[in-house]
Write a protein that binds this ligand. Sequence first.
Ligand SMILES: Cc1cc2nc3c(=O)[nH]c(=O)nc-3n(C[C@H](O)[C@H](O)[C@H](O)COP(=O)(O)OP(=O)(O)OC[C@H]3O[C@@H](n4cnc5c(N)ncnc54)[C@H](O)[C@@H]3O)c2cc1C
Length: 417
Amino acid sequence: MTEESGHMSTAIVVGGGIIGLSCAIRLRQRGFRVVVIDEARPVKPASWGNAGHIAVEQVTPLATLDVIRSAPRRLFGLTGGPLDIGWRYVGTWLPWCLRYLRASLPLRAAQGHVALRAALAQAMPEWRAMVADLQAPDLLIENGHLMVWGEGHDPSAAMRTVMESDLGTASARLMDSAELAGVATRMGVRPLSGLVFSGTAQVRSPGAVLETMQAHLTLDPDCHRREQHVTRVASASGGVQVTLQDGSVLKGDKVILAAGVRTSDLVPGWRPPLIAERGYHIEWDHGGIPEGPPVVFADRSVIVSMFGTRMRASTFVEFTHADAPPDIRKWEWLEKTVEKAGLPVRSGFSRWVGCRPTLPDYLPAIGPVAGLPGVIAACGHQHLGLTLAPLTACIVSSIAAGDAVPDVARPFCPNRF
Ligand SMILES: Cc1cc2nc3c(=O)[nH]c(=O)nc-3n(C[C@H](O)[C@H](O)[C@H](O)COP(=O)(O)OP(=O)(O)OC[C@H]3O[C@@H](n4cnc5c(N)ncnc54)[C@H](O)[C@@H]3O)c2cc1C
């Protein structure tokens, strides 16, 4: 612990998304002086554009043979499904896919499941602790979520599969007719059947979480923010060195690599195989319907979340390059789907695309980077970065303060590839 030695150590956090800001808050609590460096990009990051769902039920990593087998029927180009592969960027994703295939073999997949399940079991308590420390309990809304089916094939087999699958600390039950009618009244859509999940949650809005964290850190005289692009991170004698685009060099005791999908560009000699798994959302004013939990439209693979007066529909898994131009057809598909479903739309749509930072085994990389003293990774959170941010911050801050890597983080070793 840094304060005990009488000297305040400095931790530099590269990346001001949900992972970086959460780490900064916990590092301050462990007595570090903190510098957060985040570049200003015209498009907001995944931490802002996500669906706001605390998804503790998603305990099975998407690296499994079942997911691979189902891929052809989910392809956007073939079936209008949520999965798309940017063939122009084959050089980017093919090496990743080969590793993904290996990680999907039964033994590795089972190990991944155990690891993710253990982490997600701690996600909700860590979120409760985070909003308490931020003195913003209303940021976390523990009202579960709904999954509904409205058309197409008989949903009973799909519903049974969900109910019989491992949902970690969450649980699911069938919706009764009053609950189905409630969805119809609130959302304007008439599901045929559905499930009610308990034990999951949503945030007031991803933007509100980032703003609250940022405001909390701004009030703290021992936390500083720099708006700059980091070009290089390295270990140096007795600490770490972070080079900025303007040529200046910051020195610190620890550096946390939390730059999302771009983390692999930071450290010469350590290049985690992160891919940009892009998702899209559209957002609009709903005109003041009563608040309610996120609704997953299972037959369209769309999640609809309410953030105050705004409604957001998110979907798509697009394997491409982080800087590839957006595929406008996906926003158009979402807009048509929302209108066809009859959701309340009282404004024009705003459009967003962003990158989930995903490693081939769909587990994050959290912990010290081997051979680089003082360098700690916090990246690769795929579909679960919002959910796992407070837990990640707790792990990172304790490692930075000199504690052993906790058991829950051992499977997330940054050097496993
Ligand atoms: C459509 C969609 C829906 C999602 N829904 C959910 C959900 O409901 N629940 C959930 O748990 N997760 C969800 N996710 C996943 C989640 O959003 C991500 O896992 C998470 O945001 C990753 O956070 P991050 O801080 O690692 O990365 P980012 O959010 O990408 O933040 C990284 C930051 O680092 C900065 N940066 C990058 N490079 C540099 C550099 N060289 N120098 C300085 N700064 C740099 C960037 O500007 C950025 O601000 C969703 C993702 C998408 C795309």
